[in-house]
Design a binder for this molecule. Structure first.
Ligand code: SF4
Length: 214
């Protein structure tokens, strides 16, 4: 299978097309983590939580070294989570970023909508490079209707695979995660609100309706 990778806006290799960034989150992996959302996803799962991140058009283009510097200046994080969008569509720059962050002791969680066998069959040489810097891989497309109690997964078909030494696979009932809820709101100094986690669709609808004043 050929994975359409890193279309417009993501070259040269040390430049990322970023959809979003959060300096501190407790619902995007074990511990407290920064979150890097990349832009562009070719998978198009029905019911995708981050539909606005699916286009590959350039959003915020940022050099890997600059983003690494921003992340390494943060205090009190255990690691970084790569999400999207599809991280393996920007595997090259994310692998470079992950390598730099791991040198400083941060762990890497990578989400992907591809299954492990699709990744194994991918023809982008950067795929193994991103896997090599990933400690915990959460793999598989989002399937609406396949509910999941594990706060790290959107649907039960997704697999958690421990690849590095830094993060063990979270076990049901003994979850490493400090937060019991699956949704988090962050309010930036400019008033921008970032919602992350896996909120129930009914909750999202209710919040959107409140925001519209309905
Ligand atoms: S893989 Fe993730 S970002 Fe891509 S469509 Fe599916 S849920 Fe959305």
């Amino acid at each position: 299978m050929v994975i359409p990778n890193n279309n417009p806006g993501c070259r040269p290799i040390r430049m990322l097309n970023l959809a979003g960034f959060l300096g501190k989150s407790e619902v995007n992996g074990p511990g407290t983590r920064a979150v890097v959302w990349v832009r562009g996803c070719p998978i198009h799962c029905p019911g995708c939580f981050n539909e606005q991140f699916q286009p590959f058009s350039p959003a915020t283009l940022i050099p890997v070294d600059e983003l690494a510097g921003t992340i390494l200046s943060l205090h009190g994080i255990d690691g970084v989570t790569f999400s999207g969008g599809e991280p393996f569509a920007q595997a090259g720059p994310l692998a470079a970023l992950g390598e730099r962050l791991r040198e400083d002791g941060l762990s890497i969680v990578t989400y992907t909508g591809y299954t492990p066998s699709q990744l194994a069959a991918g023809d982008d040489p950067a795929i193994p490079a991103l896997l090599a810097v990933t400690d915990l891989l959460i793999a598989g497309p989002y399937v609406a209707g396949l509910g999941e109690a594990d706060p790290l997964k959107g649907s039960s078909n997704q697999q958690e695979i421990s690849l590095g030494m830094k993060i063990a696979i979270p076990k049901r009932g003994a979850f490493l995660h400090p937060a019991c809820s699956r949704i988090e709101f962050s309010i930036a100094s400019d008033g921008t609100v970032t919602t992350t986690g896996f909120p129930a669709p009914a909750l999202v609808e209710q919040l959107e309706s409140r925001c519209r004043g309905a």
